[in-house]
Every structure is written in C-alpha cells, then in structure tokens.
Design a protein. Structure first.
Length: 159
C-alpha cells in the first residue's frame, strides 16, 4: 500500500475507533442513549444492543474486529511524526517486536475493558475474546502493509 493510501486508511480507522470508543463510554453512562437514533442507520455505528438483524448482531458482537487495527493505526500515525528518515520510521514501525508489543498491549487493554463492562443484548463474552484474537491477526497484517516511505525512497534504500 502506498504512503498516501496508508495515511487515508489509518485516518479513517482512527476516526472510527475514536467514534466507537466515545459511544462505548456514552453507553456506560446511559445505556438508553442510542434510542434517539434507533430508526436510523447510525444505530449500527454506535454501541447498542442487537435488534435481531444481521447488522445488529455484527454491531453488538463483531465490531470488535476493528478494535486492534484502529489502535495500530493510531501508532502508525504517531510513527509518521517520529524523527529520522521515512524509511527508518517505516522499518521501526514494521519491526516484528514493535508490532507485536503494540498489538499485545491493545489486546490486553481491550480484554481488561471487556471484563469490566456491561454487555449489550446479542453480545457473548467468549466471542468477544475470539473477535479480539482475529482483530490482532488483522492488525498484524495491516501493520505490515501500511507505508511511511514512498516507493522511490524504498527503491533507493536511503536512510
């Protein structure tokens, strides 16, 4: 993936993650807040109980597939701002240990959150952990594809 596409994908996923985090927090404060948008498509973008439809089930249980990729995209954006050449920053971001630690941190953090939250209708605790495991795999693949350096910089191999 080229650096512009990477930046776009990361920006979208960070925005989605921030929005979902905000609605998760709102749900913990007032579990009925979503009723104001119950008849609109936005109902499937915020944390809300499943309405029995496929979209409702995906929202309640499987939105978590994006959790770790959203987090790793935040780290990707941070990595773009570090010092050094773009190629050096990209090599550091893609290092297996760096990616593994960040992904592990997000999975551990999300697991702790899952253990302390109130579940919505249509949500199964053990499936949440399975979804986070798949999410970690998706984040690993995504972090290997995101680019900081341009194709020309990679071809030159210059640091």
């Amino acid at each position: 993936m080229n650096e512009r596409t990477s930046l776009y994908v990361a920006g979208v996923l960070v925005a989605v993650g921030a929005f979902r985090f905000a609605t998760d927090t709102l749900y913990e404060l007032d579990s009925e807040y979503w009723r104001a948008i119950a008849g609109s498509w936005l109902r499937y973008a915020v944390r809300a109980p499943s309405d029995g439809t496929l979209a409702g089930a995906l929202n309640a249980q499987w939105f978590k597939l994006l959790s770790v990729p959203c987090g790793i995209c935040l780290i990707y954006l941070r990595s773009r701002l570090e010092g050094g050449s773009a190629l050096t920053r990209e090599r550091h971001f893609r290092d297996w240990a760096v990616r593994g630690v960040w992904i592990g941190v997000f999975v551990a953090g999300f697991t702790v959150i899952e253990l302390h939250k109130d579940f919505v209708a249509g949500e199964t605790p053990w499936l949440n952990h399975a979804a986070h495991a798949v999410s970690a795999l998706l984040a690993w693949m995504l972090s290997g594809a995101l680019s900081i350096a341009s194709v020309a910089e990679r071809e030159r191999g210059a640091d």
